[in-house]
Each structure stands twice: as C-alpha cells, then as structure tokens.
Ligand binder design. Structure first.
Ligand SMILES: Cc1cc2nc3c(=O)[nH]c(=O)nc-3n(C[C@H](O)[C@H](O)[C@H](O)COP(=O)(O)O)c2cc1C
Length: 184
C-alpha cells in the first residue's frame, strides 16, 4: 500500500511536520511525505481549459511527477497549518493544478471514490468552531475530485502555546485515523 501525504508548512520542524511524522509512523506500507511549500518549479493554474477536453495538464513542469504520484497512491492526505482561516497560499497555488481532476466533471469521466485519505490541520489560535472550516472545505473538495473518501480530519488548535506532546487527545485522533487508513 502506498500513502502520499502532501504538506504545505514552511516550517520543517513545526507542528504540522510533527503531526505528519506521527501519523506516517503509524501507517502500514510505503509512505511518502511531499512538501508543496514554495514550489518555484510549479506554475500556478492558468485556466487554459486544456483539461476540459484532455485528461491531462498542458503545463509541462514538476507537477507532472506529482500527478503520477497522486494517480499511483492508495491513500492521499493533505497536511497544513491554517493561515488566515485557509491553507497557506504557496500550497494553494500548487493545488490549484488539481483542476485537471475537477475537470472530469466537464469531461464526464469522474473517478469512483475507491481510495481513502484524510486531512491534518494545525492552528496557532485556541481551538474554535470556525478555525479550520475554510481549510477543511478546500481539502475535502480536492480529495473528492481525486476520488478519495476523506476518512478523518485531525485538527490541533492552540499551537502557539502547546505541541503534540502536550495533546493526548490529538495523539489519540491520529492513532484512530491511522487505524482507519490501515484497513483495506
Ligand atoms: C500568515 C499566518 C496566518 C495565520 N493565520 C492563522 C489563523 O487564521 N488561525 C490560526 O489558528 N492560526 C493562524 N496562524 C498560526 C499558524 O497556524 C501556527 O503558527 C501553526 O503552528 C503553523 O504551523 P507549523 O507549526 O507547522 O509551522 C497563522 C500564521 C501565519 C504565519
């Protein structure tokens, strides 16, 4: 089983990285963690609409390798900190290239939802109901376009003051998500 975790945190040793590593350590099979932060080698989507008629993106850059990884993965997860109630801009610029998967709606070849995935999010402010709503909506929509059922969402608010080691509740949720993802 292959799991691809796409992360959008600029801080390599931040809380998002810690949650991601903690989940990855619990997953069966091969796990790849791929950073989408500040990817100067990936052009933002130009809405050229090539993908409305072709099952591919016309822009030949490093995103082509990521499409291949996305197509080959059995499990796909997104991990990010929230920046102003959504995912960081540099990650969003890369993920807008998932338009090629959304365009299946126009092409009429939507995938079946036979893969599993999930979402990890961190926020500095104390946990609140609205804190992660924007980011969850964005990621869930993208997972759906990829034909991935979102098995679980793990959020950790309050990261300005406490980390994963202080949060047994978040550790438990990571364990539960890993268990779900490890089931066939
Ligand atoms: C530009 C920017 C915007 C942010 N916006 C929010 C926000 O809307 N809500 C929140 O809870 N935290 C916000 N934060 C705090 C980050 O989510 C927090 O620092 C988080 O721990 C960063 O993840 P990392 O530790 O993986 O780097 C923001 C931080 C930055 C730099």
């Amino acid at each position: 089983m292959k799991t691809l975790i796409l992360t959008g945190a600029p801080r390599n040793k931040g809380h998002t990285a810690e949650l991601t590593a903690s989940l990855a350590a619990r997953l069966d099979g091969e796990v790849e963690i791929l950073s989408l932060d500040h990817r100067k080698d990936i052009t933002p989507c130009r809405d050229c609409r090539y993908c409305f008629t072709h099952k591919a993106c016309n822009i030949q850059d490093s995103m082509q390798e990521i499409y291949q990884k996305l197509d080959e993965a059995d499990r796909i997860l997104f991990a990010a900190p929230v920046y102003f109630y959504n995912i960081p801009g540099s990650m969003k610029a890369v993920l807008d290239r998932l338009q090629v998967y959304w365009a299946a709606v126009v092409r009429g070849d939507r995938p079946s939802m036979d893969r599993k995935g999930g979402i990890l999010l961190v926020g500095g402010a104390p946990e609140s109901p609205r804190q992660f709503a924007g980011a969850i909506q964005t990621f869930q929509y993208m997972l759906e376009d990829l034909g991935v059922k979102c098995t679980g969402v793990v959020t950790m608010g309050g990261s300005d003051r406490a980390g994963l080691s202080d949060r047994p509740d978040v550790q438990k949720k990571l364990e539960e998500l890993a268990e779900q993802l490890n089931q066939s």
